[in-house]
Design a protein around this ligand. Structure first.
Ligand code: GDP
Ligand code: MN
Length: 420
């Protein structure tokens, strides 16, 4: 049971955030933008969610799930951009994009990572031969490296992560951390007490793109051991990103565990009050602010819907993370200790970052990549997707976790909806 003082505290925190948002919105004035690019954005844009509904959240869940299924059932194939780059006849002479496959992985996950690599190779990389970067805070074993090399068609880089960068900063108060982890555990937040998980989330949020090996690359495709890829990809997805000026690509979008990001949004508002000019005029604000489907989440996360692109698959441009708005922001986030006093995930961090500081038209839903990471699957109705059932997203009791329809409803232009 929530005691009264906590309820009051929560209400006060919420009021503070709302007033901060309003204050910042008014003060900066610069948050009212004119966007040249798309007619659906005109006039004022503020960090305020303007959509209303008289329906109950449960009705909205059902409606959104139906929408998701309709979208996924529509027969599609490849993006019709007219500039897809096909597999080269001679891979040795192919001018690849500056890109790499990327995985953070432990030696003990060898079997699972091989399973996923086999699929990525069969569907995509045997045609294009992109290199792989394997990251680990422990040295990779010879067995790990030798086994991997048997399964990949591109160059391999096995890299260690500097422990000083991987482990939590000395500035984290151990007592405060222990208390916070205990509290999160009582609230059933997954991995609450697993320090390595907090390290992982922080590393993927703040540090990976500055790893000495990754500095030579611009784009990466992140994958995880044990995930499944179902569809043939007969075009170069990295060149797709480059030629169509995309910064971030995703497949699945979900709500997060709200207790894990309680102060991510308030801290971000604090940061924005100092740097209002960092906000992109055509950001994906509604995706971040929606409060209709799971209003309790937006409330507990103090104004953030908790919607995020699921980062266990992502194809993105690291130059965005290296840019001043994103890097200043995550360094500020890091200084607050929230990766340890809460359990901020790299997925909400990437998503909030790209939705606030980048043009939403540079975010691409890879509708043609059928993908699964337990317990969610997303597969469109595409002839070349083998082994996955179209529109079969997840278990019934988890349908309310779907957030992709917010992206579809609030952020995508008609052109983008029709690109497949
Ligand atoms: P979940 O998907 O949120 O349940 O998290 P995972 O356990 O799948 O971890 C996310 C990614 O980070 C996976 O690629 C893991 O292999 C990797 N990972 C998680 N913790 C560690 C760690 O302590 N060390 C290393 N090297 N990799 C890790
Ligand atoms: Mn995982």
């Amino acid at each position: 049971m929530v005691s009264i003082p906590r309820k009051i505290a929560r209400l006060m925190a919420f009021a503070l955030i709302v007033s901060t948002i309003l204050l910042v919105g008014v003060n900066s004035g610069g948050w009212n933008f004119r966007s040249g690019s798309k007619s659906r954005v005109s006039g004022d844009r503020k960090l305020v969610f303007s959509h209303k509904s008289s329906k109950l959240p449960q009705q909205i869940v059902e409606e959104n799930y139906k929408t998701l299924q309709d979208i996924l059932k529509k027969p599609i194939d490849e993006p019709k951009t007219g500039n897809l780059v096909r597999p080269p006849s001679d891979p040795n002479r192919y001018d690849r994009a500056n890109a790499t496959m990327l995985v953070l992985v432990r030696n003990r996950e060898l079997g699972q990572v091989v399973r996923t690599i086999k699929q990525i190779e069969a569907k995509f990389n045997q045609k294009f031969h992109y290199p792989y970067v394997f990251l680990n805070e422990e040295p990779f074993t010879e067995r790990f490296k030798e086994t991997i090399k048997k399964h990949v068609s591109g160059e391999t880089y096995f890299e260690s992560i500097d422990k000083a960068i991987w482990e939590q900063p000395k500035s984290i108060s151990l007592q405060k951390q222990a208390d916070a982890m205990q509290q999160l555990e009582t609230e059933n937040v997954g991995y609450a007490k697993l320090v390595s998980y907090h390290n992982m989330c922080r590393y993927y949020s703040v540090n990976f793109y500055n790893h000495p090996r990754l500095q030579q690359f611009r784009y990466y495709w992140r994958f995880e051991p044990g995930t499944d890829y179902y569809c043939d990809l007969d075009y170069d997805v990295f060149k797709f990103m480059e030629m169509n000026k995309k910064t971030y690509g995703f497949v699945i979008a979900l709500y997060d565990v709200e207790q894990s990001v309680k102060t991510l949004w308030p801290k971000t508002m604090e940061f924005l009050a100092q740097h209002p000019d960092y906000l992109h005029p055509n950001g994906a604000y509604d995706f971040l602010l929606e409060n209709l489907q799971n209003p309790h989440k937006t409330l507990t996360a103090n104004g953030y819907s908790t919607c995020h692109f699921w980062s266990n698959f992502e194809i993105a441009d690291m130059d965005f993370y290296r840019s001043k708005p994103y890097s200043d922001w995550v360094n500020f986030l890091d200084s607050t200790g929230g990766f340890y006093y809460e359990r901020w995930g790299d997925a909400p961090v990437h998503s909030v970052g790209v939705s606030l500081f980048e043009d939403r038209d540079k975010i691409h839903w890879f509708r043609d990549i059928g993908y699964k990471h337990q317990p969610y699957t997303l597969c469109s109705n595409r002839p070349s997707c083998a082994g996955c059932k179209t529109a079969d997203f997840t278990y019934k009791h988890l349908r309310d976790q779907n957030c992709l329809t917010n992206w579809w409803n609030y952020e995508m232009s008609d052109d983008q909806k029709n690109i497949y």
